[in-house]
Design a protein around this ligand. Structure first.
Ligand code: ADP
Ligand code: AMP
Length: 214
């Protein structure tokens, strides 16, 4: 099973990917996570990507295509893939088709997380994650069960993304509207898009996604 989780920044793609990994033993392919790892490791890709990411713009299609291709090459053919944050442009969508067929895979579902754009600034500015395992939280909507302690690994340090500030969020939303949303009609024409209400609670969204995959 190969699926795309599509939605603007803050829609819940990372949160839902983590659930899918747990429930269905799929692998999350988040280009954002891969790029942040490259920035942290100061690889040539990371050095190139940092300023672009901090500004909320998109890194080049080639960079993300190479990252996705390398991850799929390292994966077992039978393991399902969740594309989170990729593709983000018409050109990336076309490239993904080629990469998938190269690896003998086909796209089964595009799940569009429908959200109220106005609610997303609040979601993103309240986002933080465990500094050790990366588990995602929100200040008010999804805090750890025990304050200051990660539910998943018990770690007590957390971090926030440098691009999760109001100004950069506005740019990222505009990029989503201008570059990413226009790839939906192509997938709709293929009959593989299901829209799920991303404004529902995390568990309800997860149940709706599971119903699509069943
Ligand atoms: P994306 O990967 O699409 O950018 P995230 O999964 O990181 O989005 O979610 C953004 C923020 O919103 C996180 O802080 C997360 O805890 C919170 N969040 C995710 N899904 C929901 C939801 N259904 N309701 C409320 N808050 C949510
Ligand atoms: P995300 O974690 O998905 O919110 O992505 C964080 C940032 O990484 C984005 O604002 C972009 O700068 C960059 N990025 C992530 N995925 C892509 C992609 N598919 N194409 C181009 N840039 C990306």
């Amino acid at each position: 099973m190969n699926i795309i989780l599509l939605g603007p920044p803050g829609a819940g793609k990372g949160t839902q990917s983590a659930g899918l990994v747990e429930r269905h033993a799929m692998v999350q392919l988040s280009t954002g996570d891969m790029l942040r790892a490259a920035v942290k490791a100061q690889t040539p890709v990371g050095l190139k990507a940092k300023a672009v990411m901090d500004a909320g713009e998109l890194v080049s299609d080639e960079i993300v295509a190479d990252l996705i291709d390398a991850e799929l090459a390292a994966m077992d053919a039978g393991t399902g893939a969740i594309f989170d944050g990729y593709p983000r442009t018409a050109s990336q969508a076309e490239t993904l088709d080629g990469i998938l067929s190269k690896h003998g895979r086909t796209l089964d579902h595009v799940i569009e997380l429908g959200v109220d754009i106005d609610a997303l600034v609040e979601r993103i500015t309240g986002r933080f994650s465990c500094a050790n395992c990366g588990a995602l939280y929100h200040d008010t909507a999804n805090p750890p069960a025990s304050e200051g302690v990660c539910d998943s690994c018990g770690h007590t340090e957390f971090k926030r993304r440098p691009d999760d500030n109001e100004e950069t969020v506005r740019t990222r939303m505009a990029v989503y509207r201008g570059e990413t949303a226009p790839i939906l009609p192509g997938y709709e024409a293929r009959g593989i898009v299901t829209r799920v209400d991303g404004m529902a609670g995390i568990t309800d969204v997860a149940n709706a996604i599971d119903a699509v995959l069943a």
